[in-house]
Design a protein around this ligand. Structure first.
Ligand code: ZN
Length: 251
């Protein structure tokens, strides 16, 4: 059993007993961990209010060697998550970030880049600036980092470049655009406008901040949300709970 330090985002807390909680944390150093926080539910417990949902904290925990829960020994809140002016769209979007991190990542599988983008996204959702774009950027980074990014420019079946004009066939099953030849006979194909595909490719890019200069109108955002929501539902095998609330985010 070793003592570890980490920076963590609180994804979930569940009552465990009258005085304790089980917390799910996404840490920059170790990926997702689940830990028992003894005394967390006592009014003057050892963690005070550090284990606030979506909050960023510095933690110390004892890593257990077997299947049992880790044991949280310290937690210090660095930043609380509160949406601007109680904006519910931003709050639900932040819950959605936590939902995806919890569902997509495995215990002890660290992804520092994903952690940093999650942290930046929660910061954007606290201030309202470009919330819709920031959330899409998070989703596409998560897909890229975890190896699920669809192919937006070349045919997912045969690899030939697909002309980005008009509406382009996009296969949910194969995970990407299709050329004319490979389109035949495919099921679950959406027709996506070439402009939307360009925005998706730009948001998914690993480098630079150029995505921040993108401008989204409501219609494009609606189309982007539709394709992302379909893709996530297909990938996860169910519709994430927060999907229905994401359409109202500020673009
Ligand atoms: Zn093809």
């Amino acid at each position: 059993m070793s003592s570890e330090k980490a920076t963590a985002i609180v994804l979930r807390t569940i009552e465990f007993s009258e005085t304790s909680s089980v917390v799910t944390l996404f840490t920059r150093e170790f990926g997702k961990i689940r830990a028992l926080a003894k005394g967390a539910r006592r009014p003057k417990g050892p963690f005070e209010s550090a284990l606030d949902l979506l909050g960023l904290c510095r933690i110390v925990f004892l890593r257990k060697s077997s299947d049992t829960l880790d044991l949280l020994t310290e937690a210090k809140l660095e930043r609380r998550f509160r949406p601007p002016g109680g904006n519910l769209s931003n709050l639900y979007a932040a819950y959605y970030v936590a939902e995806l991190l919890n569902e997509l990542t495995d215990d002890y599988d660290p992804h520092p880049e994903l952690f940093d983008v999650a942290d930046e996204t929660l910061a954007a959702l606290r201030t309202c600036s470009a919330a819709a774009l920031a959330l899409l950027r998070f989703e596409l980074t998560a897909l890229r980092v975890l190896g699920h990014l669809p192919s937006f420019e070349t045919c997912v079946e045969c690899g030939t470049a697909v002309e980005a004009a008009g509406r382009v066939p996009f296969s949910q099953l194969a995970g990407g655009v299709l050329c004319k030849r490979c389109r035949a006979g495919q099921k679950q194909v959406l027709l996506v406008s070439a402009g939307v595909l360009r925005v998706l490719a730009q948001l998914a890019g690993a480098e630079g901040d150029s995505w921040r200069r993108l401008e989204l109108d409501r219609r494009t955002y609606g189309e982007l949300r539709a394709i992302m929501n379909h893709y996530w539902a297909h990938l996860l095998g169910h519709q994430p709970r927060m999907h229905r609330y994401l359409g109202t985010l500020t673009t």
